[in-house]
Design a protein around this ligand. Sequence first.
Ligand SMILES: [Cu+2]
Length: 67
Amino acid sequence: MTQETIKVEGMSCRHCQMTVTNAISGVAGVSNVEVNLKDGQATVDYDEGKTNTNAIKAAVVEAGYKA
Ligand SMILES: [Cu+2]
């Protein structure tokens, strides 16, 4: 299991925080995600055999934010 903190730009409210949380949670291999709205970052626990930083960032971008 790997833990990584990713910068997320563009979140302005709790709705954004929830959208990003759901987007990252939806990536196969992600076991936990904590999105910090104030700091603009997401701390993600994931199985490095199943996913990677690029896939997680892609999910954030797909949800409409910058990673
Ligand atoms: Cu928002």
